[in-house]
Design a protein around this ligand. Structure first.
Ligand code: AGP
Length: 605
């Protein structure tokens, strides 16, 4: 992961770099640092705390510079301590920041040590800094092009030399990197958001590109060293969208934004039509005989939910695979499969690699449900549906998940329609239910005070179980992920019928068991599973539809959702689980938006 930002300007670049780091903290926040070029010398400041701390450090030191690079780290090689924080220096001549993993770092380290280089860190990054220094010809652009030929793995790097003021060289292979074009100043960053407000003229570098950034020019060469022109895109500045407003945390804000996010995602959906996913979608949907969904984490759970919809509404076989597993296993490719990726960021390395793997197996029909219109995934897939959740800052995904579900439900309907499996009447009924979602969500959000009361009890626990059945089983999985992610409580989810096959052994009077109880065809079966828990003394915390006929009793706590929402019920039932995790985290005093060890965008394997 990690975030990179670099600048060549005619003014002090520190404020731009600090602002860029703040916006890139979603990529990792184990440590951060800045290096600038000052009087033909390298100067740096690093912190193992957050960017705000680095900013204070810089204000005290008064460090300034017209050329600089900065980094926010998600630790891979080496603990999150100052000497492992980027930028890394080599012989006080080369400064370098890196996102990704260099797989041959051990061999290169041994080689460079034999040449007399002394390593100060455990990182794979320092290897690149020394390698660039060792190969330095006096022309950094030329040197970096040669040096990266020695690297195996994924990387985005930005580097400058004490000997070449007003020049930053950057390169990418497997990790994202953009160039921002300004007036007499140019930038490089992991994400356009880092420099939003400074420039909206963005170049998305391609795999293997190396860029030479100077005050008045930007020169790019491709993987073969040939000079190339890359398209300059005008990217909407979205800095204002990440203001916290009246909320205490981004996660809280994002939970409460869900009615708006879903309304925005549905904006423009007048009728169900395959073209919502791209011009060629109709012919693709007609050809396909199965769906393969590839995703990670919360997005994977969105995929698991969609499997129920695809098979019951569109009557098309659907498989859902964890992207990092799919890419490395032997599978039987079917060229008539629609490969669907689900990703909030559009930059998740495992999901990107999985879709490339599927294509390499001859599965060419690709579609993404993605929240980032200009992301690598949207560029990678033939068809796309862009969810309109807006920027999601909290590491724990909330509004991205519910808007993904909306996108997946629309996909289900569009495939059903293309295959003549959807009557006009059914289409209208589904559209009506979709349009009612924002109002229905408001009623669920109004349950917050009841959930706050439960959170006090959960905050004292170290374990929790989540139960669901049918299409609410993935919602139980998502609820457990939310709880463990931000409260550090060990939580596991089971399809309720599985309980008796092992996990029931965990149930004691100490065990809270969260149960998702929509009034669907499985409700009576679920009630039996709840009895199995109560008989062992387990404490049930039940989110039940109003008409589920589940009443509170000893050891059975109930919060009622206002209405049964049929096929779209998972979109409503996940919201109280998000609120439960949020308020439990508040009660435990954990870092809600930046939970330990995690990052928002997972751009390494
Ligand atoms: C969930 O709260 C997490 N942030 C995580 O599981 C996330 O959903 C996963 O890393 C996939 O990210 P993506 O949607 O950006 O691909």
């Amino acid at each position: 992961m990690c975030g990179i930002v670099g600048a060549v300007a005619q003014n002090n670049v520190i404020p731009i770099l600090i602002e860029g780091l703040k916006r890139l903290e979603y990529r990792g926040y184990d440590s951060c640092g800045i290096a600038v070029h000052l009087d033909r010398k390298l100067q740096r400041s690093r912190s193992t705390s957050r960017v705000a701390d680095l900013e204070k450090q810089l204000a005290t030191s008064g460090l300034t510079g017209f050329t600089g690079i900065a980094h926010t780290r998600w630790a891979t090689h080496g603990a999150p301590v100052t000497h492992n924080a980027h930028p890394h220096f080599s012989r006080d001549r080369i400064a370098l920041v890196h996102n990704g993993i260099i797989e041959n770092h051990d061999d290169l380290r041994a080689e460079l040590q034999a040449l007399g280089y002394v390593f100060e860190s455990q990182t794979d990054t320092e290897v690149i800094a020394h390698l660039v220094d060792h190969m330095y010809t006096g022309d950094l652009f030329e040197t970096v092009q040669q040096a990266i030929k020695r690297l195996t793995g994924a990387y985005a790097i930005a580097v400058f030399s004490a000997d070449e003021p007003h020049r930053v060289v950057a390169a990418r292979q497997g990790s994202p990197l953009i160039v921002g074009l300004g007036d007499g100043q140019n930038f490089v960053a992991s994400d356009a958001m880092a420099i939003a407000g400074t420039t909206d003229q963005i170049i998305y570098l391609e795999e293997g590109d190396v860029v030479d950034l100077q005050l008045q020019r930007v020169w790019i060469v491709d993987v073969n060293g040939r000079s190339v022109e890359r398209e300059v895109k005008t990217v909407q500045a979205y800095s204002s969208a990440v203001e916290l407003g009246p909320y205490q945390h981004y996660m809280q804000k994002e939970i409460f934004e869900q009615p708006r996010a879903i309304a925005d995602t549905l904006e423009g959906v007048v009728n169900i039509m395959p073209e919502l996913f791209g011009d060629k979608a109709f012919s693709v949907f007609q050809q396909i005989d199965s769906v393969l969904i590839l995703a990670c984490g919360t997005s994977y759970y969105a995929g698991l939910t969609a499997k129920y919809w695809l098979e019951s509404v569109a009557k098309i076989p659907a498989n859902v695979e964890i992207a990092s597993e799919y890419r490395y296993r032997d599978s039987v490719p079917n060229p008539n499969t629609l490969v669907v990726t689900i990703t909030q960021s559009g930059e998740t390395a495992d999901t990107l690699a999985a879709v490339k793997h599927a294509r390499s197996l001859g599965m060419l029909h690709t579609l993404t449900i993605c929240n980032a219109a200009t992301s690598a995934m949207v560029r990678e897939c033939a068809l796309a549906y862009i969810t309109r959740a807006g920027v999601e800052v909290g590491v724990a995904s909330t509004k991205a998940f519910t808007t993904q579900l909306v996108g997946l439900f629309l996909l289900t309907l569009a495939i059903a329609q293309s295959k003549n499996r959807l009557s006009e009447e059914q289409e209208q009924a589904h559209l009506k239910a979709l349009r009612h979602l924002p109002a229905a969500l408001q009623s669920v959000l109004a349950l917050e005070p009841h959930i706050v009361a439960w959170a006090e009890a959960f905050a004292r626990k170290e374990n929790a179980l989540f139960l669901g059945r049918g299409m609410h089983y993935p919602i139980a999985l998502e609820g457990a992920l939310k709880l463990k992610e931000i409260t550090y409580i060990h939580a596991e989810a089971y399809a309720a019928g599985e309980l008796k096959h092992g996990p029931l052994a965990l149930v004691t009077e100490e065990m809270p068991v969260v149960t998702i109880a929509p009034n669907d065809t499985l409700i009576e079966k679920l009630k039996s599973n709840m009895q199995e828990v109560r008989a062992r003394g387990g404490q049930l915390y039940v989110f039940a539809d109003a008409d589920s006929h589940i009443s509170p009793s000893e050891g059975v706590h109930v919060i009622r959702l206002p209405e049964n929402y049929g096929l779209l019920s998972p979109i409503l039932h996940v919201v109280p689980l998000q609120l439960l995790a949020y308020h439990t985290a508040l009660a435990r005093g954990t870092d809600v938006d930046k939970p330990r060890n995690l990052a928002k965008s997972v751009t390494v394997e």
